[in-house]
Design a protein around this ligand. Structure first.
Ligand code: ADP
Length: 392
């Protein structure tokens, strides 16, 4: 029996899945997550029934756990519990595919080198993604390595959502609005086609709200506009990333505060967002349970900017039929969903408080013009499907 291993190295987590490829649709056998990478990370491994085979086990490390140690722990747990698994392909979530990688691709040393050139475009993700590819090439030398790109879903969006108003030469060099979280949006578009085809055919804003956060405006399941642009910094504030800032702030930081490019990179990617504003944590669960005024202000800013972005994307779509929440915050925090939707009745959004509190799949009222849904996203199955397609 042939299996696929999927690896999804996020900024603070490593999600992984083991899939049986013997049927047309890959079947998940186990999935796991190394959580809170960069701190006291833990590993969890579950079977598809949710039974925990490894339950929040601390990952051993000298100091804070990095992505490499998380991957080693994940592979050890899979080998312990599934010694007979025959991994023929490893699928990777890769955040940046640039202009050339517009769909799932078989990876070799050469393509990994080419993708490494995009590391400055996504310094918080691309190096971790490619480290996982290299580690998997060593651990599974016979397996096909498949790259699935977060930018690919957006590559056909209209020119006005692809360009910055900079001298044209920069556009030609690849300074464009790429958009990210494409695997998640691809999955949600597929789920909408399956469970709500009318909505899929219409105008939908999908809000992927996790440690990284973005929104995508879709028409008929295709990306028209995204809150993220050239890098995964733009748009919504995130766990540690700033979201939209006036470029003049960056000039001020360089010219008046004397910050170097490296210092600004660190500031924007790892010290800003919810963490920077609250001074407490990048973790929404911690902020929600805190009494501090700064934590509340960070939550207020997050919901306010998300509401603004949603309104802007509705305008880009020339109307709105549906909203979908996904990602760790979008799927679990009724407070944040309510905070974003409050005040959007003028656009046709009305939330059913009981359905929202229950994380129900439809959380809008029966009479609302806009259907609001919560759909747990599944980037791993999108990767596993690509593995099956490219290795069959
Ligand atoms: P990543 O972008 O690293 O994949 P996730 O999609 O797992 O992140 O989302 C992580 C975020 O989801 C964290 O801020 C976490 O606090 C938040 N989250 C998870 N569960 C809840 C919950 N029940 N209530 C509020 N926030 C939650």
């Amino acid at each position: 029996m042939a299996h696929a291993l999927t690896l999804n190295a996020g900024s603070s987590s490593l999600k992984f899945g083991l899939f049986d490829l013997s049927a047309a649709e890959p079947k998940v056998i186990a999935n796991g997550k190394a959580d809170r990478i960069g701190g006291a990370a833990t590993l969890t491994l579950k079977n598809p029934d949710g039974v925990r085979l490894v339950d929040a086990s601390p990952i051993p490390a000298e100091g804070v756990v990095d992505h490499h140690e998380a991957l080693t722990a994940a592979l050890r747990a899979l080998t312990d519990h599934f010694p007979k698994a025959r991994i023929v392909t490893v699928g990777h979530r890769i955040v940046h595919g640039g202009l050339d990688y517009t769909g799932p691709t078989l990876l070799d040393e050469k393509s990994v080198e080419k993708l490494a050139e995009l590391e400055p475009f996504a310094p918080l993700h691309q190096p971790h993604n490619l480290a996982a590819v290299r580690a998997a090439m060593t651990a599974f030398p016979q397996a096909a390595q498949v790259g699935c790109f977060d930018t690919a879903f957006h590559r056909n969006h209209p020119f006005v959502n692809d360009v910055f108003a900079l001298p044209r030469a920069y556009y030609d060099k690849g300074v464009r609005r790429y958009g990210f979280h494409g695997l998640s949006y691809d999955y949600i578009a597929g789920e909408l086609a399956r469970i709500a085809p009318q909505l899929h055919a219409g105008r939908v804003v999908v809000a992927h709200l996790g440690n990284g956060a973005s929104m995508c405006g879709m028409k008929a399941g295709r990306s028209m506009a995204s809150s993220m642009g050239f890098s995964a910094l733009d748009g919504l504030p995130m766990g540690t990333r700033c979201g939209q800032v006036d470029p003049g702030v960056l000039l001020y930081l360089m010219q008046q505060e004397g910050l170097s490019a490296d210092e600004i990179t660190r500031l924007l990617y790892t010290e800003s967002g919810l963490l920077g504003l609250s001074g407490l944590s990048n973790d929404m669960r911690i902020l929600q349970s805190s009494d501090s005024e700064e934590a509340q202000q960070a939550i207020d800013y997050f919901t306010f900017r998300a509401r603004r972005e949603l309104g802007g994307l509705a305008a880009a779509l020339e109307g709105l039929d549906g909203v979908v929440f996904c990602g760790g915050i979008g799927e679990n925090s009724s407070l944040i969903r309510d905070g974003i939707c409050a005040g959007l009745s003028w656009i046709g959004i009305e939330i059913d408080a009981a359905a929202n509190a229950a994380n129900a799949s439809v959380i809008s009222t029966d009479t609302a013009q806009v259907t609001v849904m919560v759909i747990p996203t599944d980037e791993e199955i999108v990767i596993a499907r690509a593995c099956a397609a490219l290795t069959s």
